[in-house]
Design a binder for this molecule. Structure first.
Ligand code: SAM
Length: 204
């Protein structure tokens, strides 16, 4: 089953099953990473739109995802935010590996828990670099393979289950993938479970 089919299938219950980790971990990381962004922002793999409430009113946000089911949920969240008169959000069905935006379009590209599920993450990261302005920045909250052998072994054991249900590969070397796409890392901060969850900022 393709990653798109998996996310279409899980979209109705995604927010419910993610609620515990959202409350205990993700929520504060999202707010810290996104609440000061300005200008044109591209969020890749916007999912059910869980980041939308954290962008400041001045940011012009384009969110893309290739799952229509996940995007439908994000549209509901975008509508409720719009009702409060707060945000400028456009949501589009698009593949991160082949984006339709021109070169040098965005001030920021954001990925949160996405580089584990895009089938070819380096190809998608090259696209992100292409659509960023030369002064632009990649902001990523991601989980990845730990350098600690014990933690990495646990990730290896859980990985087949995660991959089967949501196409989530826990064994990727995401920092290396970001570098492979041509980015320069300007911040790499461990967030939880030693070096599994990280915040990464990178320049083009
Ligand atoms: C784990 S979810 C994360 C959603 C959201 N970013 C969040 O923080 O809750 C991964 C998302 O990436 C999307 N995705 C996976 N591969 C993609 C691709 N090639 N192009 C666009 N979106 C993709 C999935 O459909 C899914 O919505």
């Amino acid at each position: 089953m393709s990653v798109v089919s998996k996310y279409n299938r899980i979209s109705l219950i995604y927010d419910f099953i993610e609620a515990p980790i959202e409350i205990f971990l993700y929520r504060k990381w999202r707010e810290e990473a996104l609440s000061s962004l300005k200008g044109r922002v591209l969020e890749v793999g916007v999912g059910t739109g869980r980041n939308l409430e954290y962008y400041p009113a001045g940011a012009r946000v384009n969110g893309i995802d290739n799952s229509e089911g996940m995007l439908a949920k994000a549209r509901e969240k975008a509508e409720s935010i719009r009702d409060k008169g707060r945000k400028n959000v456009t949501l589009l069905l698009m593949d991160a590996e082949n984006m339709e935006f021109p070169d040098n379009t965005f001030d920021y590209v954001v990925t949160t828990f996405v580089l584990c599920s895009i089938p070819d993450p380096v190809k998608a990261l090259k696209e992100m670099r292409r659509v960023l302005k030369p002064s632009g920045e990649l902001i990523a909250l991601e989980h990845m393979r730990s350098k600690n052998p014990f933690i990495a072994r646990i990730e290896d054991l859980i990985n087949p289950i995660m991959f089967f249900f949501i196409g989530d590969d826990m064994t990727r070397n995401t920092v290396e993938n970001i570098k492979k796409a041509g980015f320069t890392i300007i911040e790499e901060k461990n967030l939880a479970f030693k070096d599994v969850f990280k915040k990464i900022r990178a320049k083009t």
